[in-house]
Write a protein that binds this ligand. Structure first.
Ligand code: 5GP
Length: 119
């Protein structure tokens, strides 16, 4: 389902603790939690707390340091929860399967099947 951009995203509601999630990492600017429908043995979503950026392209243009922090966080999660190897997926746009328009990275690791993607 695609969300209305005017309503708080499901991820903003997780950040506000309005709905539960299994949070694995949190700083003042970034939160990471388990995907509710995992596509790999390790499937963590890494999300900036600001809801200002809908896509990774907007984030890269608007706050490249925050994008770098997301990627650094992804690397740490893969090192902690797998062997350090990981796939990083940013579904970008409805046509690519993006359903939550609050930018997020999928960190996929652990015995990935050849060719598997987040969707
Ligand atoms: P997208 O399709 O936008 O790239 O990714 C959205 C992801 O958010 C999906 O993989 C979906 O499983 C996950 N997701 C959707 N709703 C929730 C939720 O309420 N909690 C958690 N933990 N993940 C969610």
């Amino acid at each position: 389902m695609t969300e209305s951009p005017r309503e708080p995203s499901i991820f903003s509601r997780i950040i506000a603790r309005e709905i539960p999630a299994t949070i694995v990492h949190e700083t003042d600017t970034v939160i990471a939690f388990e995907d509710v429908a995992p596509q790999a043995p390790v499937h963590i979503l890494v999300v900036p707390k600001t809801a200002r950026y809908a896509t990774v392209v907007e984030l890269a243009a608007g706050d490249p340091a925050l994008l770098a922090e997301l990627i650094d966080t992804a690397g740490r999660i893969a090192a902690d929860r797998a062997d350090g190897s990981f796939r990083l997926v940013f579904n970008t746009g409805e046509g690519a399967g993006q359903t939550v328009f609050h930018v997020h990275a999928h960190v996929l690791a652990g015995s990935l099947e050849e060719g598997s993607l987040a969707h």
